[in-house]
Design a protein around this ligand. Structure first.
Ligand code: UDX
Length: 464
């Protein structure tokens, strides 16, 4: 099929590249010309494992092209995906839909009658947005005198991609959700996704095979537009709740004297609960959870419902970021003048994304307490420097430089490299041997033998 994708962020680029890999003719649009120039030059605007090996072959074959401003190409498409950003408005006041509005208007300006088109919204949006997009497109078409002849369906088709595993997730989803009233649009999208649903495609070489035990064929869920929009919000709200829940249990473990890792194992063995998303620590971050919780809460409140549980999930998460700072304060007392090494900046491993990263709040708090902060991350130091030019925070090039003369080391992101550190070497370089592990990745690793005082989250401290 001929596909147009508006927006080349994580969702748009991964979706466009995957659909090109499956043999479709894909045009990716972005209003950011620099980004398009980069993509045309064969480079990616962000770090995402396996994406390059999906993008480059398709680009070389000519069935994935990148354009900026050439909206006329939209008219060639059978299916148009809206994958533009939907950031939060300041102060948790809902979602900024200006890019979705611009995309919908553009579609209405360009489309000419002649054949059926499906407009798919993949951006995560407040309830009712599918209807809003449809109205916007149709209003513009009406103004141009094209509305009557146009056969057009609008669909909500939320994405569930995790950064760092986005390529895997797009090829091996748990489900595909389609929200629309138009049966022919459902058929079109079923056809488009058929290789994924039936698992009949050849995956990119380096990608692991589909996990056994996954549903095959992939469940293809046709629901109402509001249902589809709410499935996306509810899925992220539930995942965020699961993490905030285990963090609350971790905090209770600390005061009552149990180990949250044991509790999580026992909990996760209940099939109704499941073992995933029960890792306690400094809490969740990233571009989705906070924004989607805010979006869902704003929607609920606008209609007079106070979402008390979601509010608590949200508040607990942002409080949780400070647990590592409190632990440092307990261990070192006054932090002014102390050298604190922060390992991990990205909101999770395998990405350089710093959006709503717990590290940023932790660093800000440490700086405000007068600590001399040093940071290191295997991939996100460049992104960090651009975001936070504060000269008070020293960006280090390697773990040796990070820990040299440090009074405390804090782990904020669970990069696998953390476990591989040579702890004797680290111990010899630090001024005080204190480790606060905000992800519990070093628990049980025998750090005590090198003389470290170690504290995780929700793990009892052994009496010294
Ligand atoms: C999430 C959803 O998983 C995805 O379906 C949706 O499309 C976008 O939002 P993502 O933001 O990439 O994806 O991150 P995810 O892997 O879900 O992790 C979110 C945060 O939760 C990270 O900061 C991670 O460190 C944290 N987390 C995760 C925990 O603190 N504990 C856990 O047990 C799991």
């Amino acid at each position: 099929m001929r596909i147009s994708v508006l927006g080349t962020g994580y969702v748009g680029l991964v979706t466009g590249a995957a659909l090109a890999h499956l043999g479709n003719q894909v045009v990716c649009h972005d209003i950011d010309r620099e980004r398009i120039d980069l993509l045309r030059a064969g480079r990616l605007p962000f770090y995402e494992p396996h994406l390059d090996e999906v993008v480059q072959p398709a680009r070389r074959r000519g069935n994935l092209i990148f354009v900026s401003g050439e909206f006329a190409l939209l008219n060639e498409a059978d299916v148009i995906f809206i994958c533009v950003g939907t950031p939060s408005l300041p102060g948790g006041k809902g979602i900024d839909l200006r890019f979705v509005r611009a995309a919908a208007t553009q579609i209405g300006e360009i489309l000419e009658p002649g054949r059926r088109r499906v407009v798919v919204n993949k951006s995560t949006v407040p309830l009712g947005s599918r209807c809003w997009v449809e109205t916007l497109v149709k209003e513009v078409l009406h103004r141009r005198g094209r509305r009557r002849e146009m056969e057009l369906a609008t669909v909500s088709n939320p994405e569930f991609l995790r950064e760092g595993s986005a390529v895997y997730d797009v090829f091996f989803p748990d489900r595909i959700v389609i929200g629309t009233e138009d049966e022919w649009a459902v058929e079109t999208l079923h056809e488009l996704y058929r290789p994924i649903i039936e698992r009949s495609f050849t995956p990119p070489a380096s990608l692991a095979a589909a996990p056994s035990g996954q549903f095959s064929p992939v469940p293809f869920l046709w629901v109402s537009p509001a249902g589809a929009e709410l499935i996306k919000y509810a899925a992220n709200a539930f995942l965020a709740t699961k993490i905030s829940f285990i963090n609350e249990i971790a905090n209770i473990c600390e005061v009552l004297g149990a180990d949250v890792r044991e509790v999580a194992t026992g909990l996760g063995l209940d099939r109704r609960i499941g073992p995933e998303f029960l890792a306690a620590g400094v809490g969740w971050g990233g571009s989705c959870f906070g924004k989607d919780l805010n979006g869902l809460m704003a929607d609920a409140r606008a209609y007079g419902y106070e979402p008390a549980l979601l509010r608590a999930v949200f508040d607990l998460n942002y409080r949780q970021r400070m647990v590592v700072v409190k632990k440092l304060q307990n261990l070192l007392k006054t932090l002014r003048g102390m050298v604190i090494a922060v390992y991990g900046l990205s909101f999770k491993p395998q990405t350089d994304d710093l959006r709503d990263a717990p590290s940023l709040d932790v660093i800000k708090k440490l700086v405000s307490l007068g600590a001399l902060v040093r940071v290191f991350d295997p991939v996100a130091t460049g992104a960090f420097r651009r975001l936070c030019p504060d000269p008070e925070v020293k960006v280090c090039h390697d773990p040796d430089e990070l820990v040299e003369g440090a009074d405390g080391l804090v782990i904020v992101t669970e990069w696998p490299q953390v476990k591989e550190l040579d702890w004797e070497r680290v111990a010899n370089r630090m001024r005080r041997k204190i480790i606060v592990d905000g992800r519990n990745v070093l628990a049980g690793g025998g750090l005590e033998q090198y003389g470290f005082a170690y504290q995780g989250v929700g793990i009892p401290v052994r009496p010294g």
